[in-house]
Design a binder for this molecule. Structure first.
Ligand code: 4NP
Length: 153
């Protein structure tokens, strides 16, 4: 069993899209009993809010299910629950490392693009200002299948 936690700043754009995409991939491969997925924020800025309308439109385009998702900040229990904590950009990683309750938790924290050896340090760009939700989807499509392979192996 592997618990995967996707994290971004607001939990209304990138991490809910990552959660929905990963869940779809897991369902397609019949791994629902083995891999569990959640997403959370590093901030309380968007607490209680649904995904951004632009993120919803992009997810609708790809038949992704985000029903019932609302933003919430990460908790100590999330750190304990997760086996893998995947942040979208370096600011997320910095924040996560700052608040990680234990050394063991620190080791769970990964940057999404770091699964690709030739793209170390690349960020899932924040779509907040330019509304490029298509880029978010493309970048997640490039990285998430490799995380699933990593977990399976
Ligand atoms: P996300 O996008 O971290 O991908 O959910 C953002 C959401 C909210 C803000 C920034 C980015 N904000 O500044 O409130």
């Amino acid at each position: 069993m592997t618990n995967v936690l996707f994290v971004c700043l607001g939990n209304i754009c990138r991490s809910p899209m990552a959660e929905a995409m990963f869940k779809k991939m897991i369902a397609e491969q019949h791994l629902e009993q083995q891999i569990f997925v959640k997403s959370v924020a590093t901030s309380s800025e968007e607490f209680g809010n649904s995904p951004h309308p632009g993120a919803q439109a992009e997810m609708d385009k790809h038949a992704l299910n985000y029903a019932g998702h609302t933003s919430r900040p990460i908790t100590k229990d999330d750190f304990k629950w997760a086996d893998l904590i995947i942040g979208m950009d370096s600011q997320n990683i910095h924040q996560l490392k700052r608040i990680a309750p234990s050394q063991e938790d620190l080791n769970k924290i990964k940057l999404c693009y770091d699964i690709l050896p030739d793209k170390q340090g690349v960020e899932i760009a924040d779509p907040w200002y330019d509304h490029r939700f298509d880029r978010t989807y493309r970048q997640l499509s490039e990285t998430l299948p490799h995380w699933l392979d990593f977990i399976k192996n």
